[in-house]
Each structure stands twice: as structure tokens, then as C-alpha cells.
Design a protein around this ligand. Structure first.
Ligand SMILES: C[S@@+](CC[C@H](N)C(=O)[O-])C[C@H]1O[C@@H](n2cnc3c(N)ncnc32)[C@H](O)[C@@H]1O
Length: 252
């Protein structure tokens, strides 16, 4: 692997090339409600996306006239932003969201699609909150979209939960499973893909799960306090049964 691919972490060219495939997370039914909420929360001010990826959300937000900046680790992912409508207006900085600073004071910083979990230490996740707060004006908002840790699905004595077993359309298939270490809050997401001719690929990505209440404490360390917690982008009520949440903290 060359140096650029290594610097791109878990999102090298081979992953970036398939990231914008139609449907799934790129479907307009998914993207439009997110952009609606983010535009409203930015309230006419500039917005900063941590881990902006290929601009799935940042580009359509910029296309609506919001001034959007982004921080992204992977050059391969970031290289795709400018090709999207609105993407040429997104100011991208290559760097690590735990430490990288960009110029400006933002009304809104946001980090979506479970990406807080890509930072695999508690200290690193606290640094994400601190870095977000440092970019916000007084009263500015920091939004995170992330799954509630799926530990309620773990039977006693077991550490692995399958999330997909799907046959391929023309043979082959795809099996996905998460494996948890409840002592460290680390988990891996494991993806086994087998093509119709029997060729297999195993991809294993490390994460750290983080609890809603733990994030509220991280926010307080960073000088932020909880303003809203929704079960989703439709602003539905967060309950004991919610499997994801959209949480928003405000700079005190
Ligand atoms: C699942 S993608 C999400 C991209 C985009 N936010 C979206 O919603 O489509 C995760 C992205 O986070 C980036 N990433 C992971 N850790 C990062 C870090 N510490 N700093 C900046 N970007 C990071 C990866 O390179 C990847 O592009």
C-alpha cells in the first residue's frame, strides 16, 4: 500500500470508489431530511462538517446557500466532493477531526453516520467535542448522529451479533457481524463478501461505542450542554427502544 492510501485510514481509494453508489445512505429520502434539519440549525450562519467524506451531506447543504467547511482524513474520499452539485463551494481541509483547526467561527458543527465511533479512544472522542466547541461561536450548536450501542442484542456469554446475512443476486453473498468487547467499549464491524465465483474478501474495521450519557459528559468537559436529543432526523422522541439518536449540544 502506498503512503497516501495508508494516510487515508479505513477509507482508501478502493472504498471511496464505491461510497457514492445510488440508494442506501445516498438516497434522497435519507439525505434530504438531514439537510433540512442542518440548514435550519445553521440559522443562516456557517457550518462545519467533521469527517465530511465524499460530501454526501455537505454538498447538498452548500447547494442551498449555507457556507460549509469540512475536515476529512481521507484524500480519496475528499477528492469526490467537488464533483457533486454544491460541492465546489465546500471548503475542505485534510486532517484529523480530533485536532485540526480551520479558520472561522461556526453556527453549527456536525458529525453524522456513526463517525464518532471511528475515534477508538475515549480521550480521542473527548477531543472531538473539544475541537467542535473551539470552532463554535457562543450559542453555536454541535450535532452528532450515532447508533445507541447495540449491547441489548447480545445474549449472555456471547460477544458477536450478526447484522446482515444476504445472498448475492447472482450467487455469492454478504455476511456482516459486529463483535464487542464490553470491557474496553471497543468493537469491530466485520464484513465477509463472497463473489459468485467463490472469491472471498474479509474487511474488519475497529470502532469505539459511546453512550448518550457519556457524550453528555464529554460535551460538558468541552463547555457544551444538551439542547435536543431525538430518535432520528424526524425529531421523534428518544426512548428506551431507540436504536439511534441525533443529539445537539449548545456552546454555553
Ligand atoms: C462513514 S464515512 C462518513 C462520511 C460523511 N460524513 C457521510 O455522512 O457520508 C466516515 C468518514 O470519516 C472519516 N474519518 C474517520 N476518522 C476521522 C478523523 N479522525 N478525522 C477526520 N475524518 C475521519 C473517514 O475517512 C470517512 O470519510
Amino acid at each position: 500500500m502506498d503512503e497516501d492510501a495508508l494516510a487515508d485510514g479505513w477509507f482508501p481509494e478502493s472504498v471511496a470508489a464505491g461510497y457514492d453508489a445510488p440508494g442506501g445512505a445516498n438516497a434522497s429520502e435519507v439525505v434530504v431530511p438531514m439537510v433540512d434539519v442542518l440548514e435550519e440549525l445553521a440559522d443562516g450562519g456557517p457550518a462545519l462538517e467533521f469527517a465530511v467524506g465524499t460530501g454526501r451531506i455537505a454538498a447538498p447543504l452548500a447547494a442551498r446557500g449555507v457556507a460549509v467547511s469540512g475536515i476529512e482524513l481521507s484524500r480519496a474520499m475528499a477528492a469526490r466532493i467537488a464533483d457533486k452539485p454544491g460541492g465546489d463551494k465546500v471548503e475542505v481541509t485534510i486532517g484529523d477531526m480530533t485536532t485540526t483547526r480551520v479558520a472561522g467561527q461556526f453556527s453549527l458543527a456536525y458529525l453524522v453516520f456513526n463517525t464518532i465511533c471511528n475515534v477508538t479512544t475515549q480521550d480521542g472522542q473527548v477531543d472531538v467535542f473539544r475541537n467542535a466547541a473551539a470552532h463554535l461561536r457562543q450559542g453555536g450548536l454541535f450535532l452528532i448522529e450515532v447508533e445507541v450501542p447495540g449491547l441489548r442484542r447480545l445474549p449472555p456469554g456471547q460477544d458477536t451479533v450478526p447484522f446482515t446475512v444476504a445472498p448475492g443476486r447472482e450467487g455469492g453473498g454478504y455476511v456482516g457481524f459486529d463483535q464487542y468487547d464490553v470491557a474496553t467499549q471497543l468493537f469491530t464491524s466485520n464484513h465477509v463478501t463472497v463473489s459468485a465465483d467463490g472469491q472471498g474478501r474479509f474487511r474488519r474495521i475497529p470502532f469505539r461505542y459511546v453512550w448518550p450519557a457519556e457524550m453528555d459528559l464529554m460535551a460538558r468537559i468541552a463547555g457544551l450542554s444538551l439542547k435536543y436529543r431525538w430518535a432520528g432526523w424526524d425529531r421523534s422522541v428518544f426512548t428506551a427502544e431507540s436504536t439511534t439518536h441525533v443529539s445537539i449540544w449548545q456552546k454555553d
